[in-house]
Structures are given as structure tokens and as C-alpha cells.
Design a protein around this ligand. Structure first.
Ligand SMILES: Cc1cc2nc3c(=O)[nH]c(=O)nc-3n(C[C@H](O)[C@H](O)[C@H](O)COP(=O)(O)OP(=O)(O)OC[C@H]3O[C@@H](n4cnc5c(N)ncnc54)[C@H](O)[C@@H]3O)c2cc1C
Length: 340
């Protein structure tokens, strides 16, 4: 065991992946998670930009077993015929129900101390403490995330992206023949609860044909979840805190890169944290090294994603984007590279 322990607050992808990697190096790790596993999360469950080096460094291979590979995307602007293209690099999809539970089981099997239903309130930063508590909520944010799993739903391509009035929705095949339906909607678009809220939002956003397709499929009621207050806060976290994943910065979901960023932020923090845990670097040095690496890796990616995001949401900009796509003038490859 190394001389200095690490404490992680938040057992989502970032916290658990870091915890597993540290345990493999013999570091004593305690991880506090407010919830339990397995459980459904609001997430498109489509992972783009996760590189083999990150999978290897964090030992994620077995956890991603059974993930579905995606290559073709069909874009739909309201009910117009789709525009399809091939992703410059294949992406994968796997439910968070499976992925988070596998990571948690691995962390425990590696000897990590996992404290479930342990919501840590108002903790101050201190040496060896890592914050991976997920997105920073803003109650005033106009954005609402909704997700469900459906069976018996055939897709035009591996992945469908639908642009509606003040919303976008992705459909991705996941393991066991299911389809993830997940969207970002402007709050107050429609009323309802559970799957009905998602279907009502789609209809209110001009996506009635999609709502009818989903309504005809077999919806798993246990998979339906919602999250309000989704915000893309670009203020850097306090320099005294080592933050990972969405706590560091949340990239707009259309990129399908939030999960990869959660893993990459853990990967970038790993070497500095190992130096601290082994007693070869003071905490302040480890903190600065991790923050510098994260800034260098993510700054331009976030700027690019924020610049593109409004084009997926407003009617006029969506039309402009669709026209460029039809004319084959959208530079998919450079855009994909900038966003991942
Ligand atoms: C609508 C929507 C669609 C998305 N679609 C995609 C997609 O298709 N592809 C993609 O890559 N990304 C997508 N994302 C983003 C992705 O879900 C996140 O980027 C990812 O979950 C970040 O992982 P994380 O570990 O940082 O946070 P999380 O997975 O949110 O985990 C944080 C954990 O911390 C715990 N926690 C919080 N506070 C405390 C506390 N005080 N004490 C203890 N525990 C605490 C929580 O219970 C949670 O388990 C989407 C997001 C939204 C909103």
C-alpha cells in the first residue's frame, strides 16, 4: 500500500474509473457515492472519442464488453428525409445501467472502499480529496434532459439525431437489442410524467412522427429518467479542488463526448495522484499538474462544442446546418476532430 490515501467524492464514470486505476497501483482509495448500483442515468449512452490508450491506461476493456459499435449516423431535421454520413472514427454504446455497475463491482473487487448512499455535503478541499460529483446544477437553467430505453424500435442507421424546436434527441442501439432515446429539451415545452413527458415534448417540438414510432415500441418503464437544471457552466472550478468529469466541465451532449471526457479527466489526473500517493510530490504540485493537463486537453474542445451547440437548437440555424449538410459542405472530419 502507498503511504498516502486518496478520497473520491462521486461514483460516476470519472470517480469509479480513477478509483479502479489507483487501486491497481496499490493506492488506498475510499469512494463516497450518493446513490447505488445498478441504476439508470440520463445519458445518450453513446461514447465518441474514447481512445484505445485511455481504455488501456484505465483498464476499461472488460467493463466495455458487449458495447455496440456505431459507424453510421442519420440526421433528421423535423420530419424531413434524413441526411446520413459515416463517423470519422467508430463510436460505441453501452447502457449506464451496465457500465456504472461493472465499474463499481471492479472497484470493490480491487479492494476499494466503496461507501454507497453516502452523500458528502459541503466538504472542503484537502490533500488527497478528488471531486467527481457530476454536473453542476443551475436551477435557473432552461434545459431538461430526458431518457428512456425501448425495444422493438428499428433505426435508419446505427445512430439517429433528430433536431426539433429548442431540442435535439439521439437514438442509439445499446446492448440486448435495446435503443436508448435521450434528448435535451427546453423546460416547459410540454407537460406530463415519465415516458409521456418525453413523447409530449417530442410532439411539441415538431417531432410527432418520432414520438409515434417510440410510442409503438416497448418502452422499459424502469429506464425512464429526467434531470432538470442541465447547464454548461464554463467558470473554472476553484483552483484548490481537483475536479473530474462534469464537475470540471460539461460538454454539450450532442458531441457524445461527455463520457469519454470523464474517463480522460481521470486518466490525466492519474500520474499526478500516483506521485502524491507514493509521497514523491506534495499535494499542491499534483493538483497543479492535473489541472494543467486537463486545461490543455479540453479547452479548445469545449470552445468548439459551445460554438456549434446553438446551431442544433434554433429553427433558423438548424435549417442553415441542414442545407450545408445536403450540399455536402459540412466539414464533418475536422468538426469531429475538434469535438473529440
Ligand atoms: C441529456 C444528456 C445526454 C447525454 N448524452 C451523452 C452521450 O450520449 N454520450 C456521452 O458521452 N455523454 C452524454 N452525456 C454526458 C454524460 O452523461 C456525462 O458527461 C457523464 O455522466 C459524466 O460523468 P461523471 O462521472 O463526471 O458524472 P456522473 O456520471 O454524473 O457521476 C457523478 C456521481 O456523483 C454522485 N454524487 C453527486 N454529488 C455527490 C455527493 N455530494 N456525495 C457523493 N456522491 C455524489 C452522483 O450520485 C453520481 O453518481 C449526456 C448528458 C445529458 C444531460
Amino acid at each position: 500500500m502507498t503511504p498516502r490515501p486518496i478520497e473520491i467524492i462521486g461514483g460516476g464514470l470519472a470517480g469509479l474509473a480513477l478509483g479502479c486505476a489507483l487501486r491497481r497501483e496499490g493506492v488506498e482509495v475510499t469512494l463516497h457515492e450518493a446513490g447505488d448500483y445498478p441504476r439508470h442515468r440520463v445519458c445518450g449512452e453513446f461514447i465518441a472519442g474514447l481512445r484505445p490508450a485511455t481504455i488501456a491506461r484505465l483498464g476499461l476493456g472488460p467493463m466495455l464488453a458487449g458495447a455496440i459499435e456505431h459507424r453510421r449516423v442519420a440526421w433528421f431535421l423535423r420530419n424531413a428525409p434524413p441526411h446520413s454520413h459515416t463517423l470519422p472514427a467508430p463510436a460505441i454504446a453501452l447502457s449506464r445501467f451496465a457500465l456504472d455497475a461493472r465499474l463499481a463491482a471492479t472497484f470493490t473487487a480491487l479492494g476499494g472502499d466503496l461507501r454507497l448512499r453516502s452523500r458528502v455535503a459541503a466538504v472542503e478541499p484537502r490533500a488527497g480529496r478528488v471531486f467527481a460529483t457530476g454536473r453542476r446544477r443551475q436551477t435557473a437553467s432552461p434545459w431538461l434532459g430526458l431518457k428512456l430505453h425501448a425495444h422493438g424500435l428499428s433505426l435508419a442507421q446505427d445512430l439517429e439525431m433528430h433536431l426539433g424546436e429548442n431540442c435535439y434527441v439521439g437514438l442509439a442501439r445499446i446492448e440486448d437489442g435495446g435503443v436508448n432515446v435521450c434528448g435535451l429539451f427546453r423546460r416547459g415545452l410540454a407537460a406530463g410524467t415519465g415516458a409521456t413527458l418525453l413523447l409530449n415534448c417530442l410532439r411539441a417540438a415538431g417531432l410527432a412522427a418520432l414520438a409515434d414510432r417510440i410510442a409503438r415500441a416497448r418502452i422499459d418503464p424502469a429506464s425512464v429518467c429526467a434531470v432538470a437544471g442541465v447547464a454548461f457552466d464554463r467558470r473554472p472550478p476553484p483552483t484548490t479542488r481537483l475536479c473530474l468529469g462534469d464537475t470540471l466541465a460539461m460538454i454539450p451532449p450532442f458531441t457524445g463526448n461527455g463520457m469519454a471526457m470523464a474517463f480522460q479527466s481521470a486518466e490525466l489526473a492519474l500520474a499526478p495522484l500516483l506521485a502524491y500517493a507514493r509521497g514523491t510530490a506534495p499535494w499542491a504540485e499534483a493538483l497543479r499538474a492535473a489541472q494543467r493537463a486537463q486545461r490543455n486537453k479540453f479547452r479548445m474542445r469545449l470552445v468548439s462544442a459551445d460554438a456549434l451547440h446553438p446551431f442544433l437548437l434554433g429553427r433558423r440555424r438548424q435549417r442553415w446546418l441542414a442545407a450545408l449538410g445536403r450540399a455536402r459542405l459540412l466539414p464533418f472530419r475536422p468538426l469531429f476532430a475538434a469535438l473529440h
